[in-house]
Design a protein around this ligand. Structure first.
Ligand code: 4AD
Ligand code: MG
Length: 463
């Protein structure tokens, strides 16, 4: 007998096979005719498979008729064509074995219509719901697309460190890594003395693998890193996590235009694969989460991303006649409200903003001839705002050193980074895409806490 998944059992080609299925009961319906229907789900797809359990089963009264939502079972039986509408197959049970009961009174996700907020308090059980099963499958699909996209283009997958001594983004949003006893931190005068700490210096969880990716791009050409990233920014928004997954390609001999072209192709590929590989889950999001998600994604596949200099974007915002909470003027860091106005209202397609003011961007971005702006780019999409941040990197040693000094940085810890400019420097570029931001966009889910298995946000690190 073949052990198959619910996804396989739902297909017509399984008809006529004796199979074994294992999963969790979603519902049980008893019919007057002396038999019951079980809806079985095992997480392999959005749909369930219907099990027909007849009263002739030896444990029909003792087990089958007591099964409720959440119980786990093994069923063996014959896959048949279903007489009912909306499903190709059903399984006529020959044997039903119960592994674990789930008490209907106390099973926390028994009831329909539980809020997302409530489900966050039961993160250990929410993967069993339709919504979180679909999110998990689409997340898996996007992760696969990321690797496929870069592998097909001969990028090398690079593992960058989680613990690092450098603050790539210079924003100071770092989690410290130490083995010091916090009650007895050694000091030299007012300063902490790190000599006896594990790394003999301050160390942090990484905010980006970019600087290490640059090292490998400047030797191997095209690389990407994809892993967890940490930011101690205390922003309690539906778009920020303290721990998120970022994919960062870095390419030698790419300028900013090459970088934009790659970013656009990359986003389109992730969308295409989700639509093609997870049609049932995407249909679910459309019907139950966001009525516009499919039309938005299809529209984006057909649109060319607009490339707009920051300075022109400021003009557009100033002339928009909109009442923004944060006033607009040249030099500001754009807020989500500004980004969304541009991509959703004004241009109604993804927008790549570039050439941002030097003062609001990190030290590593290439300075333009005007001395005021840098070769930065942010990709903004409808519904979310920024999903990609990237730039062409400063490859000129003297300009880079000056920029770092202007930003008040000490050059000493970055000698390895400057060496890449001292020896065989090349123009190069890269970007970072936040996986969870992409998932918000793909699924139409409203809160980033609901597109990662175990969200880490201020005050939350359970599970
Ligand atoms: O714009 P960011 O900060 O860029 C960098 O870190 C660069 N070093 C990337 C590079 O050039 N290699 O972050 C990149 C992306 C953002 O556009 C966003 O999608 C995501 O990472 N991101 C977050 N996602 C969830 N929660 C947070 N707190 C995020 N911060 C950034
Ligand atoms: Mg950014």
């Amino acid at each position: 007998m073949e052990r198959i998944s619910v996804a396989q059992a739902r297909k017509e080609e399984s008809i006529g096979k004796e199979v074994q299925l294992q999963g969790w009961v979603r519902t049980r319906r008893d019919s007057k005719g002396g038999f019951s229907f079980l809806e079985l789900n095992d997480g392999t797809c959005q749909g369930n498979v219907q099990i027909l359990a007849e009263a002739t089963l030896p444990n029909y009264e003792t087990d089958v008729k007591k099964l409720g939502t959440g119980a786990s079972v093994t069923v063996t039986g014959l896959v048949k064509q279903s007489p009912a509408k909306g499903q190709a197959t059903e399984v006529q049970a020959k044997n039903v074995t119960v592994h674990g009961w789930a008490d209907a009174e106390t099973y926390p996700i028994q009831k329909k219509g539980a809020t997302m907020e409530f489900l966050r308090t039961v993160s250990h059980l929410r993967p069993r719901t339709n919504t979180f099963g679909a999110v998990a499958r689409v997340r898996n699909c996007a992760s696969r697309s990321i690797h496929d996209f870069f592998q097909e283009r001969d990028f090398l997958y690079l593992h960058t460190p989680i613990i690092t001594a450098s603050d790539c983004e210079g924003a100071g949003e770092l989690f410290k890594v130490t083995t010091f006893d916090l009650d007895k931190v050694p000091r030299q005068g007012p300063q902490i003395d790190f000599h006896s700490d594990f790394f003999s210096k301050p160390a942090f969880l990484t905010v980006s693998g970019q600087l290490q990716a640059e090292i490998f791009a400047c030797a191997l050409g095209k690389v990407y890193t994809f892993g967890p990233t940490f930011r101690a920014e205390n922003s309690n928004t539906p778009r920020h996590l303290a721990e998120f997954w970022m994919v960062e390609p870095e390419m030698a001999f790419y300028d900013l235009n090459d970088n934009m072209t790659l970013a656009e192709a990359f986003i389109k590929r992730i969308i295409q694969d989700a639509l093609a590989r997870c049609p049932d889950d995407m249909k679910f999001f459309q019907e139950r989460i966001d009525k516009e998600v499919l039309s938005r994604l299809e529209h984006i596949l057909k649109s060319e991303f607009l490339r707009l200099p920051y300075t022109e974007a400021i003009e557009v915002l100033l002339q928009s006649g909109e009442q923004f909470e944060f006033p607009v003027k040249w030099g500001i860091d754009l807020q989500t409200e500004h980004e969304r106005y541009l991509t959703e209202k004004k241009f109604q397609r993804p927008v790549i903003l570039f050439d941002y003011p030097r003062a609001i961007k990190p030290f590593y971005m290439r300075v333009n001839d005007d001395g005021k702006t840098v070769r930065a780019m942010d990709v903004l999409v409808p519904g979310v705002g920024e999903i990609i941040g990237g730039s062409q990197r400063e490859e000129r040693l003297d300009v880079l050193e000056q920029n770092m000094k202007d930003k008040g940085m000490s050059l000493e810890p970055y000698q390895w980074y400057l060496d890449l400019r001292r020896f065989g420097t090349v123009p190069h570029s890269g970007f970072g895409l936040g996986l969870e931001r992409v998932l918000l966009f793909l699924t139409g889910m409203a809160n980033i806490r609901d597109v990662i298995p175990f969200p880490r946000t201020p005050g939350n690190a359970e599970f």
